[in-house]
Design a protein around this ligand. Structure first.
Ligand code: UD1
Length: 376
């Protein structure tokens, strides 16, 4: 019997894990025409940044863990490339599949492309048009060297066309992260359980609660910006209690900047980074989410929960035009007005974007089976 063509999937950082879960599940269907192999670069390695997600989402243990860990962008990207090349040489995949826009995405795409191995990019074509954002550089470069570009919204197709990507390489398939969200809605862990002894403080009042997440270098690496944002969030907490799961990058910047005291109020519950099912449960019950994450802008749109994005732009414009997202930048007045607005009027309700129907991975794998299995 001929061997099935091998698709080598790559993950590296937290936001990759929920994107790869439904793709691996489809590739490993018993009747799939393809074989799958999972490489974890090790960009994120802490239990709370990795294992919780693999366990909760049923992602198979990686076949290879490159164990690169943290470093400067150059160090991390170079180390991933150096360690990924021998894995390609050993396994000869028909193609590699990368997701999102993290350093692992561009590093592995570049290695494969130079070896003449096809590159499949899931979540292609998103653009913030802000090159100061490391992810934007990763997105533009990964798309330029990808052979199959799978998009989550129609604006992505227009961005890619402008950059000269041929139309027949682009496939509008929907959003794999929303596949994961829909699969796990009924498994989400209730807020009361996640919050434990703090539950009463947060869930007891009539106003509800807000979730805060903050990790973009542009928001947390500069102490002045971080201090201004945290001061504003402290004011917001007077009108609605906050739950703030703190990313490791942010935790170290808060301590370095001497800002721990700002979060020290009964109106703010500070937690370690949460697992997928814990955060999903909290988001489902939240009145508002304040964030600088890309993925959370999409998840709140899918859940119909108002999202206030503390960034100057978004690469996911459909969350603003169709969804529940409002972009406020790091202007503290705008942040506080947006919160007051939701508390008064309920905020945007939005609608579910086209193809965010839980079947994106199915569409992707159907295309791959057609394209790669036919070469058997
Ligand atoms: C990375 C991604 C970003 C994504 C984010 C989600 C890039 C360029 N950035 O940013 O797009 O939104 O992940 O979390 O790829 N650390 C730990 N434990 C870990 C991982 C990291 O403590 O398991 C700490 C380290 O001190 C590290 C810092 O967090 O230096 C930043 O990690 P890194 O992967 O470089 O970037 P993120 O800010 O997480």
């Amino acid at each position: 019997m001929k061997k099935k063509p091998l698709i080598m999937c790559v993950v590296g950082a937290r936001p990759n894990f929920m994107k790869i879960a439904p793709i691996m599940a489809q590739l490993r269907r018993p009747d799939s025409g393809l074989a799958a192999f999972l490489v974890h670069t090790g960009q994120h390695y802490d239990a709370e940044m990795k294992h919780q997600f693999f366990d909760q989402l049923g992602i198979p243990e990686p076949d290879v863990d490159l164990g690169v860990g943290s470093g400067s962008h150059a160090q991390q990207t170079a180390e991933i490339m150096r360690r990924f090349e021998p894995v390609l040489d050993e396994h000869h995949p028909a193609a590699i599949l990368v997701v999102g826009d993290v350093n692992s995405t561009i590093a592995c795409a570049l290695v494969a492309s130079k070896k003449g191995i096809k590159v499949l990019h899931v979540e292609a074509g998103l653009r913030s048009y802000d090159r100061a954002m490391p992810e934007e550089v990763n997105r533009v470069l990964t798309d330029q060297i990808s052979d199959y570009l799978f998009t989550t919204e129609r604006s992505a197709q227009e961005n890619l066309a402008r950059e000269g990507i041929p139309a027949d390489a682009i496939h509008f398939v929907g959003n794999v992260m929303i596949d994961t969200l829909r699969t796990n809605l009924t498994r989400a862990i209730p807020a009361a359980k996640t919050l434990g002894k703090d539950a009463d403080r947060v869930l007891g009042g009539a106003v509800g609660f807000a979730i805060v997440t903050l990790h973009r270098p542009s928001n947390v690496d500069n102490p002045e910006v971080l201090g201004t944002l945290l001061t504003s969030l402290r004011r917001v907490s007077d009108s609605i209690p906050l739950v703030f799961p703190v990313h490791p990058r942010t935790a170290s910047r808060i301590t370095a900047g001497g800002f721990d005291g700002l979060l020290n109020t009964p109106r703010i519950v500070r937690t370690a980074p949460l697992g997928y099912l814990e955060l999903l449960g909290l988001m489902q019950q939240a009145r508002i989410v304040l964030t600088d994450s890309g993925g959370i802008q999409e998840e709140t749109t899918a859940l119909g929960v108002p999202c206030i994005t503390m960034r100057e732009n978004t690469e996911r414009p459909i969350t603003v035009t169709d969804g529940t997202n409002t972009i406020v930048g790091i202007n503290t007045q705008k942040i506080e007005v947006a919160v007051a607005d939701v508390l008064q009027s309920g905020g945007k309700t939005g609608r579910i974007p086209e193809y965010w129907d839980g079947r994106a991975a199915e569409r992707i794998v159907a295309i791959l089976e057609r394209e790669f299995s036919s070469h058997l």
